[in-house]
Design a protein around this ligand. Structure first.
Ligand code: NAP
Length: 324
């Protein structure tokens, strides 16, 4: 409801990003009756929505990532969370009814709020070798859930050694005749349970100490060239119809450069209360600097960010409850 501390068209909280962190924050602030708008980009797919199976979100065993996010959305909307699709291009300081606020600039116009929660997640890192851009969509993929079914009875390679690479390699065995994990070291970074499953799988092979230097083909991918990481002169070809790249993440924080402190990789620096270097801006989920990037940690961060934003807004409005 509009009043002098909450003018029409202005929000208490704007959340940027519609993944698990943003939706949890939205559930909390909307449920606490803070006027909230969640802005999500229809263009960037939240990583979780293309994860075929989430096994480690407590209480909801074996659920698809897309289905889990749909449940988050439904739950938040039940408490009145407003959402809109727009690409955020920047943030700048403004004033709202005499209080410090933030203008969120987007390709669909500007929105204003007393506080902002950034929950933009992270995206897949590219390997940057010849053939990668050329064959994207014609053999090179960053999404096994989306493209795996195209590789029934064909040979694919997966690049990377982390949880994502191994989990998606296991998923690809549902379709491919052979999945070769190409990793630059002689052992996997992935968690033991995934390592063991991959090692025991009859369709999975490993190319250790190997880096892909070129992706080759004609109409579509036919092979990759790999070099020995310890002896770059040792080069060989591996036949492959598909190349799945899972070599980690790049945070979606370009628009936050110069607004809040970022670490050297571009992750937002947030404290344990999800406060950033700028008062009124909070951050949560995969876009912040932290040890563990999982759905459950994004949700925990989201709840904390929401509560911090609530306290901040109450303080600004002079409505802070004693002791909170
Ligand atoms: P990650 O843990 O950062 O692993 C990236 C992998 O790619 C590493 O093995 C790394 O090698 C390799 N790599 C990085 N740059 C490379 C390059 N230029 N060329 C070749 N290889 C390269 O990333 P992730 O696997 O995407 O996981 C991201 C986060 O999500 C992690 O926190 C992970 O635990 C989490 N996650 C969890 C689950 C789950 O719990 N089931 C599933 C998926 C993801 P090095 O090992 O040599 O660094």
């Amino acid at each position: 409801m509009a009043d002098d501390k909450n003018p029409e068209g202005k929000y208490d909280v704007i959340i940027i990003g519609g993944g698990p962190g943003g939706l949890t924050a939205g559930l909390y602030t909307a449920r606490a009756s803070f006027k909230t708008l969640l802005v999500e980009s229809g263009m960037v797919m939240s990583q979780i929505t293309v994860t075929h199976l989430v096994e480690n979100y407590p209480g909801v065993p074996d659920i698809g990532g897309y289905e889990l996010v749909e449940k988050f959305k439904e739950q938040a909307k039940k408490f009145g969370l407003a959402t809109t699709y727009a690409s955020v291009t920047g943030l700048e300081k403004t004033e709202i009814a005499g209080m410090a606020g933030w203008r969120v600039k987007t390709d669909a116009g500007n929105f204003e709020a007393l506080s902002v929660i950034v929950a933009t997640g992270a995206n897949w890192r590219k390997i940057g070798v010849p053939g990668e851009a050329e064959f994207t969509g014609r053999g090179v993929s960053y999404c096994a859930t989306c493209d795996g079914p195209f590789y029934r009875d064909r040979e694919v390679i997966v690049i990377g050694g982390g949880d994502t690479a191994v989990q998606e390699a296991l998923f690809l065995t549902n379709f491919a005749s052979k999945v070769t994990i190409v990793h630059r070291r002689d052992r996997l970074r992935a968690t033991p349970i995934l390592r063991e499953r991959a090692a025991a799988h009859p369709k999975i092979a490993f190319a250790w100490d190997s880096v892909v230097t070129r992706i080759g083909g004609a109409e579509a991918v036919t092979h990759v060239k790999i070099a020995n990481a310890k002896d770059p002169k040792e080069i060989r070809d591996i036949p492959a119809d598909g190349v799945f790249v899972f070599i980690g993440l790049v945070p979606n924080t370009e628009f936050m450069k110069g607004v809040v402190e970022l670490d050297k990789e571009g992750y937002i620096v947030a404290d344990r209360d999800m406060k950033t270097s700028e008062p009124g801006i909070f951050a949560c989920g995969d876009c912040i600097e932290k040890l563990l990037r999982q759905v459950v940690t994004a949700c925990g961060d989201g709840a904390t960010a929401a509560f911090s934003a609530e306290l901040y807004v109450e303080e600004l409005k002079g409505e802070k409850y004693g002791g909170r």
